[in-house]
Structures are given as C-alpha cells and as structure tokens.
Ligand binder design. Sequence first.
Ligand SMILES: [Zn+2]
Length: 494
Amino acid sequence: MSRLTGAGEQRGAEVIDEHGDTVPLPVVPSAGDSEEPIDHLSESYADGPQRPPFTPILKKVALGVAVCLVAGAGYAGLQQIANAPADPSGAGAHQPSQSTSTTPDQAQAGVQRAVAGEAVLQKMTDAVENEDRTEFLNTIDPKATAFRTSARTIFSNLSTLPLGTFQLRYVSDDSAALTPDRQAELGGTQSWLAQVEVSWQLSGYDVKPARETLPVTFVTREGKTYAASFSERFVAGQRRPVWALGPIDLAKGKHSLVISLESESEARSYVSVADKAVESVTKVWGKGWRQKVVIYLPAKQAQMEGVLGAQPNTYTQIAAVTMAELDTPAVGAPVRIVANPKLFEELGKQGRRIVLTHETTHVASTATASPVPLWLAEGFADYVAFTAVPVQDESAAKELFKAVRAGKVPATLPTPEAFAASATELPQAYESAWLACRLIAEREGQDKLVKFYRAVHASKTSSGLPDAFKSVLGMTEAEFVAEWQKYLERLAGA
Ligand SMILES: [Zn+2]
C-alpha cells in the first residue's frame, strides 16, 4: 500500500493492531482521497511536571512519546452500532433483529415502538430548543430516579452550550436488547432499547453538526412513553456526548472554547494556553483556517474514554487526542481536542503548551483527513510546537541522539508503524520526524516547509510525496534521507 493513497486505511489498521478489539473501527472507504477529517491523532506524554529543560521529565514531555492515529473518527458507523449485539462480551448476545425473520405482527410492533419513541424525542428536541426544562423532564420516566437526575444535568448542559442546532433521530431498535430482568425492573406495559442519532452544532465553532449515536431506553406505562436511560448497553466504540457525562462548565477565549467537566476555573486556565496555541500555529500555517479550537476537559480519564468510545484504561498513556466528532467522514467535521485530565495536569504549563500547540497544528492542517504521511504530520506538528516553545535539542531528541551515537542512524524516514502507541521506538520516531521537518525549514526556510506540507496534503495520487520532494525541495526522497542522516549525526555529535 502506498504511503499516500493508503494513508487512511493504514492509520485505521494501526489502531486496530494497537488496541486490539477494544476500539473496533470500520474500514474507511476512499480515505486517501478524502478531504475530510476521517481519523484522529493522539499523543501521549507519559509523565512530567514542569521542570527545567535538561531534566528527564521535561524531555519526555518534549519527546512526545506515544501516538495513535484513529481512522473513521474512532468510531463504528451508525449502522454497525445499530446492528451490534447488545453485549459485546457475548454474554446475553443475540442475533441482530435484521438477520432473523420478522412476522407482520413483529413488524407492526416495531413501527409502533418507533412512532412512540420518535414522539418522545421530538418533545425533547422542542424542549431544548424552547429552553423549557419542565417539558424536557416530562419526557423522562418518573420512576427512573437516577436518570431524572442526569436528565436535569443534561438539560442544564444543553442550555449552557452555544447550540446552533440540536436534533434527536430514532434510528433503529432491538426489542430483545433488554434482559427479562431489566424489563421487569422497568415495569410498564412495554420497554425497549433504541439507537438514537444525536446531532448538535456549536455556534461559532462548528461548520457541521457533531453526530453520535445514543442508546435510549424507552418505557411505556399507563399509555405514555418515556425515556428511561441514555446510557444502557453502550457497545465498544460507541462514543458518549460530552454533555451527557456530568455537569459542564464553559470558558471562552478569543480563539478557543473549553468545555470542562472539571470546573469553571479549570476551564478558564486552559483558555489562555489554547489561545496562545492557535496564535502560534497561525504564525507558521498562516491565516487560512478557522483559527478556533474546541477543547474537552474531562474530569476523569474514564470520561475521556467515554468521549472517544474507548474501553476503560485504553488511554492510560495518552495526554490529549485530536478527533473528528462525527460517525462518518464529511467535509468540515467538527474537530475536538480531548485532554486526559491527570496526565495533562502533570505536564506543567510548558508541557501543556507544547501538547496543545501540537494538537492545534493537526486541527489547522486537517491532519485527521490528510494523505500526508505520519512522519510529516507528526514531525510538522512538533516543529510548530517546538518553534513556539523552544526546548534544547539534547532534551527534545534524547532517545534519537542516544541511538545515533550508538551507530544506529535511521535508515528511512519513520514508517506509519513506528507511530503506533505500542511501537518500541516511538520516541525516536517523533524525534526523527521533527528533525526531518526542521531540516527542511533550516535548509529552505519555514515557508518552504509549509509549502511542502501543503503540496503533499493537496495531492490526490500516490506520487504526491515524491512530486513534492522534487517540485518544492528540488531533490528525491533518497537524497533528502541521506542529508537528514548526516544532519542527525552532526546534531548528535556522532
Ligand atoms: Zn500528533
């Protein structure tokens, strides 16, 4: 598979390898030709409170460490979720209703459920639009005490967000998804689980609505249908909307919106870092992007994993992730930077700025939907971050220098596999990619580096990279690699 045309698929495959079956991902069709964000990038910064440049900790921060690129917005498609067995572990799993024969009576019952459920969703949507809390709570099962509490939070969150649009759409249901015990617990004359598409657009930030699929439990009692849960039987890969995870606070900056599950003061403290990151990126990339970022700041790693649709403890080593919040690729998909609260906090001020500048570079350059090879996407993001927040080479390229001094000069530019979070020489991959980009900037000027990146990004064929080497840099990749190897040896003093 060539570097360019296959980039999207390769990225998807990487993540499947990396996370096993914890993050099931669809094969993204024609990802290589796509102009839209189709995968998300993430970085891991293993540890590091703020320290002066030469300490091991900051070095690790500077090094970037683990990355994963997730295709298809890290998300199984809508239909896949709708068809997925209710319990991915297999316990109580059953065949999706589509694969069993349906009698006319069953079909009619399905239509009745859809009509009743859709009516509830419509009332909810209207209540959100009209900011009518009472109407909203009228749609919630009076017997679902815990869910009524979350519903109050959800309503208040939705009122807090600058919503341009908000919609709920009944997609499909599965009458067998709830166990008899659960149905008995719910009571009523009928109860079932439906998949509901929720879409919402943040005014001033999103060109298109974000979209997710929520499992909604419905119950009918005394002739009236209610929603009884928004969180029953999530399947692996199914993402949770940030506003359904707990009370949120917002902080708005000049270029950023921070949505925090932590606290308002926490949100505010990130706004200035995010604003600075946008300015730093614009200085290098230019003004031809929206110059806005939306950052999710979960209070717990579990919430981050909820937003990403990942299994618990998948992101133990990941400080921040850039993701497209959409179930299928589309032009202008809303992109979010999702922070891992504990690791992000531990990074310290300088480390956070480096990470946010790196992630914001991915946002500006739409790296989530680019045929650009990973070494260029990651190297360029680190180039922008380290240009904004300079770090000593000896710190920022420590692992690479160690290898080069031991005579292990990289034979090629880092491969996509080298950027898998599980890759053993991940720091070297980052460091050598960064220095490849810096070499281009030193040799030809920063503008040429940006021009080179844009040329590869805009390419539609597998010859995009060699063409850009020739037309922008006037050399072949092999010639560049030879020069880069010498550069690494010189920097490492080998
Ligand atoms: Zn990255």
